[in-house]
Design a protein around this ligand. Structure first.
Ligand code: SF4
Length: 289
């Protein structure tokens, strides 16, 4: 499959884009761009508080889901239909963070299931990643803001412990930040997505890459070199390459550990280790002679 054919795998026609999703596209990044900060922060590891106090941590993702589904902590609670917590594999190595549930997500209770979500799936599928088994998907806030507005700082901060706990419990190696809201929530600074997308950052021992929000790509259908869609395709390939690198490294580590265990087992079977009642002479006893 050539480049052109592969890119066409994640095409959606403009007529398929519901109007309710379009405002998000215009909000992506540029309204939050702070070029000076972007330049000084590029490829750095922004210092942001990332831990949830131990007494507020969840034992597992089921407990987190239960708590979120009953949560009334921020002003988004009264207007939601469903709390939108997660979809995908809870053991995935890649975690995708979006902004907030839209209309379809609010109705279904699942993140990224509208046109933007379908496009996200296609982007990942175009490089052989399955969103059901290779990826875990969630949002910065779990309840839909009225009229798809950007979540406020209060809402984002109030919901952030859930997000941080999702990251801790899923324990992904790679985190993808789609759009400016998730970028600010995790890296803690206002950055122009067009400046930082496709860059790898190290955050809490994990690799983080900001990418364009799929809704932005729905508004920008060009596949020309340098277009948002073309750039996203480059990002998708880089993400897949890093994913394979991580899998390969883990495989080597497992092989080495397995070989070490085998050697130790073999050694013990040939040379019995001294037990408490062993008749072998200890070094101290030996030194008395
Ligand atoms: S958005 Fe988050 S903090 Fe606000 S009510 Fe929903 S779950 Fe709770």
């Amino acid at each position: 499959m050539n480049d052109k054919e592969q890119m066409s795998l994640f095409d959606l026609t403009p007529s398929e884009v519901p109007l309710t999703e379009l405002p998000q596209a215009d909000r992506v990044a540029e309204t939050l761009a702070d070029k000076k900060t972007a330049r000084s922060s590029k490829n750095s590891s922004p210092a942001v508080s990332t831990s949830v106090p131990a007494n507020q941590q969840f034992a597992n993702l089921d407990a987190l889901r239960d708590a979120a589904c009953n949560c009334q902590k921020c002003p988004l609670a009264p207007t939601r239909t469903n709390v939108v917590v997660e979809r995908g594999d809870r053991k995935a190595k890649i975690l995708v963070i979006g902004e907030a549930p839209g209309e379809q997500e609010d109705l279904s209770g699942l993140p990224f299931v509208g046109k933007s979500g379908q496009l996200l799936d296609k982007i990942l599928e175009s490089v052989g990643l399955d969103t059901n088994k290779d990826v875990y998907i969630c949002n910065t806030v779990k309840c839909r803001p009225p009229n798809n507005r950007v979540p406020t700082e209060v809402e984002t901060n109030t919901c952030k412990p859930y997000l941080l706990e999702q990251i801790r419990l899923v324990d992904p190696k790679i985190i993808l930040l789609t759009g400016a809201t998730s970028l600010k929530s995790i890296l803690g600074v206002k950055l122009g997505i067009t400046k930082v997308r496709g860059q790898w950052y190290e955050w809490e021992g994990r690799l983080v890459m900001p990418i364009f929000h799929p809704s932005y790509l729905l508004r920008n259908q060009s596949r020309e070199q340098g277009s948002p869609k073309w750039l996203t395709w480059q990002d998708a390939k880089a993400i897949k390459a890093k994913y394979l690198e991580i899998i390969a490294a883990e495989s080597v580590t497992e092989t080495v550990l397995s070989a070490q265990t085998q050697i130790e087992d073999n050694f013990e079977s040939v040379v019995p280790l001294p037990s408490q009642n062993s008749s072998l002479v200890s070094i101290e006893e030996d030194e008395e002679f």
